[in-house]
Design a protein around this ligand. Sequence first.
Ligand SMILES: Nc1ncnc2c1ncn2[C@@H]1O[C@H](COP(=O)(O)OP(=O)(O)OP(=O)(O)O)[C@@H](O)[C@H]1O
Length: 255
Amino acid sequence: MTITVENLDFTYGHTPILRSISLPAFQPGEVYAVVGPNGAGKSTLLRCIAGLHRHSGTITLGNGNGAGQQGSVLYLPQDPPPATTLTVFENVLLAYQQRAGFRVERATVDLVSDVLEQVGLTEFADHRMAHLSGGQRQLVSLAQAIVRRPSVLLLDEPTSSLDLHNQLKMLELVRQYAEEQPAVVITTIHDLTHAARFADHVVVLHDGTVHTVGTPREVITEDMLREVYRVNARIHFSDDDTLALAATSAYVTEV
Ligand SMILES: Nc1ncnc2c1ncn2[C@@H]1O[C@H](COP(=O)(O)OP(=O)(O)OP(=O)(O)O)[C@@H](O)[C@H]1O
């Protein structure tokens, strides 16, 4: 399923939040990072694509008609799932079956166990959600998403509560998921080095508008960092696309 966004406008009350957003079509098998400063409108854009906000302009899913395809769009909010008394296994099972009080097939148990292994939560399968850390619950959230095999996966700051090891693991899993499904994956992310490493395309939002769209090399530049983030920085891309970024100073512009 492809996604197109054309002339998207969104306001909270009378305050414009997103203005005239048009983007190249999002393609299955590709990972898109949406970056930009706090308040730029990244989460709002994701929520519009997820169908959670009433907006003007056009967001098209699929080949133009979008009919019957809404169900395979999955949006993962920034907050991890609640600290309930359900176990990790039960949480992921419920996400898959979408109802309680059912007979569970052996194949379903195996599927849930596989997904828990992929995200590294096997040893926590019987732990109650209330006994997990915020980062562990964020991994449960990913497991709940992957088990449902959506065609479009929208992730809002999926690494915000994770340590460096789990950040890399989460992003590797997401990349692998996009390729294998194949799915459109769109993630908001603050760490530009992660965006450079894991995303095929980067969308830079600034004050509710699109500043630039392109490959990480095209988009993550010293000029962009100055204009959008108000940061002086030195950047360097290695041959393997690894980005080294050293911010030398932040500056404040007159308002
Ligand atoms: N419920 C709301 N009512 C009014 N304004 C809101 C509401 N939620 C967000 N906003 C405003 O919309 C703008 C965009 O918010 P959004 O959460 O999309 O930004 P963001 O780029 O995801 O920021 P961050 O990086 O801090 O998460 C901000 O100026 C914010 O104050």
